[in-house]
Ligand binder design. Sequence first.
Ligand code: SF4
Length: 444
Amino acid sequence: MREVVERPKKYITLTYGCQMNERDSETIAGLVERSGYQEASSLEDADLVIFNTCSVRHSAENKVYGKLGQLKRLKHEKPGLLVAFGGCMAQLEEVRNKLQNIGVVDVVFGTHSLHELPYLLEKAAAGLEKPVVDVWSEPGKVVEHLPARRRGGISAFVNIMFGCNNFCAYCIVPYTRGRERSRQPQDILVEVQQLVEQGIKEVTLLGQNVNSYGRGLEQKVDFADLLRMVNEVPGLSRIRFTTSHPRDMSDKLIHTIAASARVCEHIHAPLQAGSNRILRAMNRGYTREDYLELVAKMRATIPGVAITSDLIVGFPGETDEDFQDTLDMVEKVRFDAAFTFMFSPRSGTKAAEMKGQLPLEVKKERLLKLNEVQYGIALEANRRLEGQRVEVLVEGQSKTNPEKMTGRTRTNRIVVFNGDEQLVGKLVEVRILAAKTFTMFGEI
Ligand code: SF4
């Protein structure tokens, strides 16, 4: 029988990976707080440690295993400590087998059974079975109205759909998050209205591929329709969304973004690679020519639109010519910013089985080269705004310059400027004085 803790039980959530995991961690916090837990100040202060994991790359997984090792020692000192393990890694059988051997975890919950967590914790606390495992291979219905402890601030994430049907050859997400399921537009609108009532000024609509929102819903609605509806919510200053699959970027959507005052002029449309041969091997469903045409259409229709991307180097079989094609596309498109990665084989994906896996040195070399080119382009794009006035939504105190405030432009650029806490949540006009690769500096 576990040691009884008189004071309120405390929990801590360790969140890894993407914005969807950050949003899930808000729900995890809401669920355990509703069953009496309070937030702990540290790992040592916690009675319950919850992992919300990411399996998109080896590095993400290694961090988690490292932390589990640390917890093994803590559990010797604190036998009553409960450890719950969730997120994308929990969906993978090979990971669950590893957890059995590590022997630290009391509860394993999958991405589709997150709402079961309080019940699973009770079972574990009763010591009925160890570990208590609840992982569904297929998602059930979208569970609405789950409690959430929001991370605060003036902006919030709103899931509009879950899962992905695209099966890009390198990606584990369709295996860990299941097939696409869209939320009902009414449920999304209610959530946005409630957030505005709580003081939120900006929402980011989240989905692995928001452009395919609405598929499978009885009601005939697509992402452009949803954007128009959210754009009508009074009291909202800004709407952002991520991620957009380039193949599903319709003219209707592009025109809706241009016509919707609150929708920010920033589109994150991952290109991933510049070679048609590699794009085919990745199963991305478009060519470099399609992508260039899309970029031209977006820039012609949405004045001043910022286009950002994800780029992978070192995909199996990538030749010097293929890599050169990626650099060439980066030079042609001139992304405002890009997240760049070395290919990381994920067991269970097609790409992990492919011939032509490249040595780490080659990947590192190509990543360095790509960053050099891309960062130069991003700096140039930021420098073009020097002397200009930009609208900034004030988010709070700058972490790097505590005496300054920070916020973002509509094109998702970070700006640091003079000001005080009273400006938080306000739209202010800032004149850009100096620009760097990732940050701009200005004055109100
Ligand atoms: S679109 Fe491709 S890369 Fe994005 S989540 Fe789906 S399978 Fe993964």
